[in-house]
Design a protein around this ligand. Structure first.
Ligand SMILES: C[S@@+](CC[C@H](N)C(=O)[O-])C[C@H]1O[C@@H](n2cnc3c(N)ncnc32)[C@H](O)[C@@H]1O
Length: 304
Protein backbone atom coordinates (compact mmCIF):
# COMPACT_ATOMS: atom_id res chain seq x y z
CA UNK A 1 0.00 0.00 0.00
CA UNK A 2 1.47 3.38 -0.93
CA UNK A 3 1.37 6.53 1.10
CA UNK A 4 -1.40 9.05 0.92
CA UNK A 5 -1.08 11.04 -2.31
CA UNK A 6 -0.16 14.69 -2.23
CA UNK A 7 -3.24 16.07 -3.90
CA UNK A 8 -3.94 19.33 -2.27
CA UNK A 9 -3.26 21.89 0.32
CA UNK A 10 -3.31 21.83 4.09
CA UNK A 11 -6.82 23.21 3.80
CA UNK A 12 -8.00 20.00 2.18
CA UNK A 13 -6.62 17.97 5.07
CA UNK A 14 -8.85 19.96 7.39
CA UNK A 15 -11.89 19.32 5.15
CA UNK A 16 -12.50 23.04 4.85
CA UNK A 17 -12.89 23.24 1.09
CA UNK A 18 -15.98 25.01 -0.21
CA UNK A 19 -18.32 24.34 -3.08
CA UNK A 20 -16.54 26.52 -5.61
CA UNK A 21 -13.00 25.24 -5.25
CA UNK A 22 -10.96 22.04 -5.10
CA UNK A 23 -12.85 18.82 -4.61
CA UNK A 24 -15.99 20.76 -3.62
CA UNK A 25 -16.31 21.93 -7.21
CA UNK A 26 -16.74 18.30 -8.30
CA UNK A 27 -19.93 18.15 -6.21
CA UNK A 28 -21.22 21.20 -8.05
CA UNK A 29 -20.38 19.61 -11.41
CA UNK A 30 -22.32 16.48 -10.39
CA UNK A 31 -25.28 18.70 -9.49
CA UNK A 32 -25.04 20.42 -12.89
CA UNK A 33 -25.19 16.99 -14.53
CA UNK A 34 -28.32 16.08 -12.54
CA UNK A 35 -29.91 19.44 -13.39
CA UNK A 36 -29.36 18.81 -17.09
CA UNK A 37 -30.55 15.22 -16.88
CA UNK A 38 -33.67 16.25 -14.96
CA UNK A 39 -34.82 18.24 -17.99
CA UNK A 40 -34.10 15.50 -20.55
CA UNK A 41 -37.09 13.60 -21.86
CA UNK A 42 -37.34 11.04 -20.39
CA UNK A 43 -34.94 11.82 -17.52
CA UNK A 44 -32.79 9.22 -15.78
CA UNK A 45 -33.04 11.20 -12.55
CA UNK A 46 -35.39 13.92 -11.33
CA UNK A 47 -33.57 16.28 -9.00
CA UNK A 48 -35.61 19.48 -8.65
CA UNK A 49 -32.92 21.15 -6.52
CA UNK A 50 -29.83 20.50 -8.61
CA UNK A 51 -30.20 23.61 -10.75
CA UNK A 52 -30.62 25.85 -7.68
CA UNK A 53 -27.19 24.78 -6.38
CA UNK A 54 -25.50 25.65 -9.64
CA UNK A 55 -27.29 28.99 -9.84
CA UNK A 56 -26.45 29.87 -6.23
CA UNK A 57 -22.77 28.96 -6.38
CA UNK A 58 -20.05 31.25 -7.59
CA UNK A 59 -18.41 28.68 -9.82
CA UNK A 60 -15.23 29.89 -11.51
CA UNK A 61 -16.62 28.82 -14.91
CA UNK A 62 -20.22 28.54 -16.08
CA UNK A 63 -21.91 25.17 -15.60
CA UNK A 64 -25.07 24.16 -17.47
CA UNK A 65 -28.46 23.67 -15.86
CA UNK A 66 -30.43 22.83 -19.00
CA UNK A 67 -29.91 20.36 -21.86
CA UNK A 68 -29.67 23.33 -24.23
CA UNK A 69 -26.83 24.87 -22.26
CA UNK A 70 -25.10 21.49 -21.99
CA UNK A 71 -25.47 20.76 -25.70
CA UNK A 72 -24.24 24.24 -26.61
CA UNK A 73 -21.12 24.22 -24.42
CA UNK A 74 -18.12 23.91 -26.73
CA UNK A 75 -15.60 23.58 -23.91
CA UNK A 76 -16.70 20.35 -22.20
CA UNK A 77 -18.80 17.28 -23.20
CA UNK A 78 -21.47 17.98 -20.57
CA UNK A 79 -24.21 15.89 -22.25
CA UNK A 80 -22.12 12.70 -22.01
CA UNK A 81 -21.18 13.37 -18.37
CA UNK A 82 -24.79 14.24 -17.49
CA UNK A 83 -25.90 10.90 -18.95
CA UNK A 84 -23.25 9.05 -16.93
CA UNK A 85 -24.27 10.79 -13.69
CA UNK A 86 -27.93 10.16 -14.53
CA UNK A 87 -27.30 6.42 -14.91
CA UNK A 88 -25.42 6.11 -11.63
CA UNK A 89 -28.03 8.26 -9.83
CA UNK A 90 -30.88 6.08 -11.01
CA UNK A 91 -29.02 2.86 -10.19
CA UNK A 92 -28.19 3.96 -6.63
CA UNK A 93 -31.68 5.48 -6.13
CA UNK A 94 -33.19 2.08 -6.88
CA UNK A 95 -30.72 0.30 -4.64
CA UNK A 96 -31.40 2.55 -1.64
CA UNK A 97 -35.16 2.37 -2.16
CA UNK A 98 -34.94 -1.43 -2.23
CA UNK A 99 -32.90 -1.45 0.97
CA UNK A 100 -35.50 0.78 2.66
CA UNK A 101 -38.36 -1.36 1.34
CA UNK A 102 -36.58 -4.41 2.77
CA UNK A 103 -36.62 -2.80 6.21
CA UNK A 104 -33.27 -0.99 6.56
CA UNK A 105 -33.80 2.25 8.42
CA UNK A 106 -30.33 3.83 8.29
CA UNK A 107 -28.73 5.19 5.14
CA UNK A 108 -25.26 6.73 5.12
CA UNK A 109 -24.25 8.73 2.07
CA UNK A 110 -20.48 9.08 2.18
CA UNK A 111 -19.22 12.23 0.46
CA UNK A 112 -22.82 13.27 -0.12
CA UNK A 113 -21.92 16.58 -1.75
CA UNK A 114 -25.12 18.06 -3.19
CA UNK A 115 -26.97 14.73 -3.18
CA UNK A 116 -30.66 15.46 -2.46
CA UNK A 117 -31.92 11.90 -2.04
CA UNK A 118 -33.17 12.75 1.45
CA UNK A 119 -35.44 15.34 -0.18
CA UNK A 120 -36.46 13.77 -3.45
CA UNK A 121 -36.98 10.05 -2.77
CA UNK A 122 -40.11 8.51 -1.33
CA UNK A 123 -38.74 7.03 1.91
CA UNK A 124 -40.85 4.80 4.13
CA UNK A 125 -41.44 6.05 7.69
CA UNK A 126 -38.59 5.66 10.16
CA UNK A 127 -35.64 6.12 7.81
CA UNK A 128 -32.71 8.34 8.82
CA UNK A 129 -30.28 9.51 6.15
CA UNK A 130 -26.81 10.56 7.32
CA UNK A 131 -24.90 12.74 4.88
CA UNK A 132 -21.14 12.91 5.40
CA UNK A 133 -19.06 15.64 3.74
CA UNK A 134 -16.99 18.73 4.42
CA UNK A 135 -18.61 21.44 6.58
CA UNK A 136 -18.67 24.16 3.94
CA UNK A 137 -20.10 21.84 1.28
CA UNK A 138 -22.97 20.77 3.53
CA UNK A 139 -23.40 24.34 4.80
CA UNK A 140 -23.87 25.62 1.26
CA UNK A 141 -26.29 22.80 0.54
CA UNK A 142 -28.43 23.56 3.61
CA UNK A 143 -28.54 27.23 2.73
CA UNK A 144 -29.74 26.59 -0.84
CA UNK A 145 -32.26 23.95 0.18
CA UNK A 146 -33.67 26.23 2.90
CA UNK A 147 -33.96 29.03 0.34
CA UNK A 148 -35.85 26.69 -1.98
CA UNK A 149 -38.22 25.71 0.83
CA UNK A 150 -37.13 22.07 0.52
CA UNK A 151 -38.26 19.66 3.22
CA UNK A 152 -36.56 16.29 3.82
CA UNK A 153 -38.76 13.25 3.32
CA UNK A 154 -36.96 11.27 6.00
CA UNK A 155 -34.98 12.20 9.10
CA UNK A 156 -31.75 13.78 7.89
CA UNK A 157 -28.48 14.36 9.74
CA UNK A 158 -25.51 16.27 8.37
CA UNK A 159 -22.20 14.75 9.50
CA UNK A 160 -19.34 17.20 9.09
CA UNK A 161 -16.22 15.11 8.74
CA UNK A 162 -13.15 14.35 6.69
CA UNK A 163 -13.45 10.74 5.56
CA UNK A 164 -9.68 10.41 5.68
CA UNK A 165 -9.75 11.19 9.39
CA UNK A 166 -11.78 10.12 12.42
CA UNK A 167 -15.19 10.15 10.77
CA UNK A 168 -16.85 7.25 12.61
CA UNK A 169 -17.12 9.12 15.96
CA UNK A 170 -18.83 11.98 14.12
CA UNK A 171 -21.37 9.57 12.63
CA UNK A 172 -22.03 7.96 16.01
CA UNK A 173 -22.46 11.39 17.63
CA UNK A 174 -25.07 12.20 15.00
CA UNK A 175 -27.18 9.30 16.27
CA UNK A 176 -26.09 6.41 14.03
CA UNK A 177 -26.86 3.03 15.63
CA UNK A 178 -24.11 0.46 14.95
CA UNK A 179 -26.38 -2.34 16.19
CA UNK A 180 -28.88 -1.77 13.36
CA UNK A 181 -28.18 -2.57 9.69
CA UNK A 182 -27.31 0.26 7.36
CA UNK A 183 -27.20 0.96 3.63
CA UNK A 184 -23.95 2.75 2.74
CA UNK A 185 -23.34 4.64 -0.49
CA UNK A 186 -19.99 5.81 -1.88
CA UNK A 187 -20.79 7.54 -5.17
CA UNK A 188 -18.20 9.74 -6.87
CA UNK A 189 -15.78 9.34 -3.98
CA UNK A 190 -13.10 6.67 -4.43
CA UNK A 191 -10.96 8.50 -7.06
CA UNK A 192 -10.25 11.17 -4.45
CA UNK A 193 -8.87 8.70 -1.91
CA UNK A 194 -5.50 6.96 -1.91
CA UNK A 195 -5.45 3.21 -1.35
CA UNK A 196 -4.58 3.75 2.31
CA UNK A 197 -7.50 6.17 2.65
CA UNK A 198 -9.86 3.71 0.94
CA UNK A 199 -8.77 1.03 3.40
CA UNK A 200 -9.40 3.45 6.25
CA UNK A 201 -12.87 4.26 4.88
CA UNK A 202 -13.81 0.61 4.42
CA UNK A 203 -12.47 -0.28 7.87
CA UNK A 204 -14.88 2.30 9.32
CA UNK A 205 -17.72 0.89 7.22
CA UNK A 206 -16.89 -2.61 8.42
CA UNK A 207 -16.68 -1.54 12.07
CA UNK A 208 -20.14 0.08 11.96
CA UNK A 209 -21.97 -2.51 9.82
CA UNK A 210 -24.35 -4.80 11.66
CA UNK A 211 -25.28 -8.06 9.88
CA UNK A 212 -27.72 -7.40 7.06
CA UNK A 213 -26.01 -4.13 6.11
CA UNK A 214 -25.55 -3.20 2.47
CA UNK A 215 -22.95 -1.20 0.62
CA UNK A 216 -22.89 0.38 -2.83
CA UNK A 217 -19.73 1.76 -4.43
CA UNK A 218 -18.97 3.40 -7.77
CA UNK A 219 -15.56 2.08 -8.80
CA UNK A 220 -13.57 3.13 -11.87
CA UNK A 221 -12.21 -0.35 -12.38
CA UNK A 222 -10.11 0.55 -15.41
CA UNK A 223 -7.87 2.86 -13.37
CA UNK A 224 -7.42 6.61 -13.78
CA UNK A 225 -4.96 6.74 -16.71
CA UNK A 226 -7.51 7.61 -19.37
CA UNK A 227 -8.99 10.22 -17.01
CA UNK A 228 -5.60 11.86 -16.60
CA UNK A 229 -5.10 11.89 -20.38
CA UNK A 230 -8.63 13.14 -21.16
CA UNK A 231 -8.10 16.42 -22.95
CA UNK A 232 -11.37 18.06 -21.89
CA UNK A 233 -10.32 18.02 -18.22
CA UNK A 234 -7.41 20.30 -18.99
CA UNK A 235 -8.82 22.09 -22.03
CA UNK A 236 -12.09 23.27 -20.45
CA UNK A 237 -10.34 25.24 -17.64
CA UNK A 238 -7.93 26.70 -20.21
CA UNK A 239 -10.74 27.72 -22.58
CA UNK A 240 -12.70 29.23 -19.68
CA UNK A 241 -9.57 30.88 -18.28
CA UNK A 242 -9.93 29.08 -14.95
CA UNK A 243 -7.16 27.82 -12.71
CA UNK A 244 -8.58 24.40 -11.84
CA UNK A 245 -7.02 21.00 -12.41
CA UNK A 246 -9.33 18.17 -11.42
CA UNK A 247 -6.68 15.60 -12.28
CA UNK A 248 -4.57 16.91 -9.38
CA UNK A 249 -7.34 15.87 -6.97
CA UNK A 250 -7.18 12.20 -7.89
CA UNK A 251 -5.11 9.72 -6.00
CA UNK A 252 -1.90 8.61 -7.65
CA UNK A 253 -2.54 4.92 -7.26
CA UNK A 254 -4.31 2.79 -9.78
CA UNK A 255 -7.70 2.28 -8.15
CA UNK A 256 -7.29 -0.81 -5.96
CA UNK A 257 -10.28 -3.10 -6.34
CA UNK A 258 -12.51 -3.08 -3.21
CA UNK A 259 -14.11 -6.44 -4.13
CA UNK A 260 -11.46 -8.77 -2.61
CA UNK A 261 -11.31 -6.57 0.52
CA UNK A 262 -15.07 -6.94 1.00
CA UNK A 263 -15.23 -10.61 0.08
CA UNK A 264 -12.57 -11.42 2.70
CA UNK A 265 -14.65 -9.73 5.38
CA UNK A 266 -17.98 -11.49 4.97
CA UNK A 267 -19.64 -9.39 2.29
CA UNK A 268 -21.32 -11.10 -0.63
CA UNK A 269 -20.55 -8.92 -3.59
CA UNK A 270 -22.17 -8.22 -6.99
CA UNK A 271 -20.53 -6.24 -9.74
CA UNK A 272 -22.54 -4.49 -12.47
CA UNK A 273 -20.65 -2.74 -15.29
CA UNK A 274 -22.15 0.72 -15.71
CA UNK A 275 -22.14 0.23 -19.47
CA UNK A 276 -24.60 -2.67 -19.07
CA UNK A 277 -26.73 -0.69 -16.64
CA UNK A 278 -26.84 2.27 -19.03
CA UNK A 279 -27.80 0.03 -21.96
CA UNK A 280 -30.55 -1.57 -19.87
CA UNK A 281 -31.92 1.93 -19.15
CA UNK A 282 -31.99 2.61 -22.90
CA UNK A 283 -29.22 5.24 -22.55
CA UNK A 284 -25.96 3.59 -23.67
CA UNK A 285 -22.88 5.51 -22.58
CA UNK A 286 -21.40 7.62 -25.38
CA UNK A 287 -17.93 6.54 -26.51
CA UNK A 288 -16.70 10.11 -26.02
CA UNK A 289 -16.40 9.45 -22.27
CA UNK A 290 -12.97 8.51 -20.90
CA UNK A 291 -12.32 4.77 -21.00
CA UNK A 292 -12.11 4.74 -17.19
CA UNK A 293 -15.73 5.87 -16.95
CA UNK A 294 -16.87 3.48 -19.67
CA UNK A 295 -15.43 0.66 -17.58
CA UNK A 296 -16.84 1.82 -14.24
CA UNK A 297 -18.46 -0.91 -12.18
CA UNK A 298 -21.18 -0.58 -9.60
CA UNK A 299 -20.21 -2.71 -6.63
CA UNK A 300 -23.06 -3.78 -4.38
CA UNK A 301 -22.51 -5.89 -1.30
CA UNK A 302 -24.43 -7.41 1.58
CA UNK A 303 -22.96 -8.37 4.92
CA UNK A 304 -24.11 -11.87 5.61
C1 LIG B 1 -17.70 14.10 -7.23
S1 LIG B 1 -18.37 14.75 -5.74
C2 LIG B 1 -19.67 13.54 -5.45
C3 LIG B 1 -20.75 14.06 -4.57
C4 LIG B 1 -22.00 13.17 -4.51
N1 LIG B 1 -21.71 11.87 -3.98
C5 LIG B 1 -22.64 13.07 -5.87
O1 LIG B 1 -22.53 12.02 -6.51
O2 LIG B 1 -23.21 14.06 -6.30
C6 LIG B 1 -17.13 14.33 -4.55
C7 LIG B 1 -17.52 14.69 -3.12
O3 LIG B 1 -16.59 14.06 -2.26
C8 LIG B 1 -16.39 14.91 -1.15
N2 LIG B 1 -15.14 14.49 -0.54
C9 LIG B 1 -13.96 14.24 -1.16
N3 LIG B 1 -13.03 13.88 -0.28
C10 LIG B 1 -13.63 13.90 0.93
C11 LIG B 1 -13.20 13.62 2.26
N4 LIG B 1 -11.94 13.26 2.50
N5 LIG B 1 -14.06 13.74 3.27
C12 LIG B 1 -15.35 14.12 3.05
N6 LIG B 1 -15.83 14.38 1.81
C13 LIG B 1 -14.98 14.27 0.77
C14 LIG B 1 -16.36 16.29 -1.76
O4 LIG B 1 -16.56 17.32 -0.81
C15 LIG B 1 -17.49 16.17 -2.77
O5 LIG B 1 -18.71 16.55 -2.23
Amino acid sequence: MTDSADRGTAARDEADWDIASGVGLTALAAAACRAVETLREPPLVRDPYAGSFVQAARAPAPMPVTPQQADGDQTFPWPAFAGYVGVRSRFFDQLLMTAAADGLRQVVILAAGLDTRAFRLDWPPGVTAYEVDAPRVLGFKDQVLAGAGARPRCARRAVLADLRGRWTPALLSAGFDPAAPVAWLAEGLLPYLSDAEKDHLLAGVQELSAPGSRLAIEHLSGGMDSMRRYAAFTEAPRLNDVDFDVTALWAHEEAADPVPWLAQRGWSVDVDPIADVAAAYGRPLPAILPQSMLSTVMITARLT
